[in-house]
Design a protein. Sequence first.
Length: 261
Amino acid sequence: MVFIAIGGAEDKLKEKTILKRVLLESGKAQPRVCVVTTATGFPDDARKTYLDAFQSLGITECSVLHIDSRESAQDPATIQHLDAADIIFFSGGDQLRLTSILGGTPFLEAVMRRAQEDAVIAGTSAGAAVMSGLMIYGGEAARAMEKGHVALTSGFGFVNGIVFDTHLERGRITRLFNVVATNPATLGIGLHEDTGVVVRGDVMEVIGRNSVTIVDGKDLKNSNVAGIERGETIKAENYLVHDLKAGERYNLKSRKILPPR
């Protein structure tokens, strides 16, 4: 299975490096793309943007689904669109729209089935945040080290044992520090804009223009999380932080940077 999580604002007008890689991962010369715009409140804009972007890359079969209710997510006619898709791409927006509308539905089950068969599952911004088993859906960066401030719920669980955060330019690394402090078994992965990761099994490869920041808390010490009240400042020592550029790889299981290929 191949999952691609993108930090948002991927280039759709010029080089389109990330979108090209999404297409390449399908292994097909002319992959069929299905864009799911459920996360956005502006589906018409998202539809035009992605149709234009993929068509400019030579894609002749690109469909767009805007599923705005749980009833629609159970409609066999809607789900049937996935059977023909080589790539299922979740747009940005609000990740709670994705989990609340698609979570636990036949549509999401069909996405996982297609992933197990041969489809590439990709998502940007909210579409990336939802991919991990644990999902961040809120929390101001300036207050993110306050106990209880970062809002968490279950994501789709395409990749488990980690938590994604996106748009890292907005200072959101503090949200990852909070989540990792409360559960050091969780690996924090922060995605900058126009940057993503290709996850195949335990191996994650960085793609795109900027960097990916990994926050590893397995060796944390002197953490005060359990002894403070909600709203008080979390303190911990010995975070291990990696910053990876395009082409660099990381093993999610062993938690080690892999040697260059």
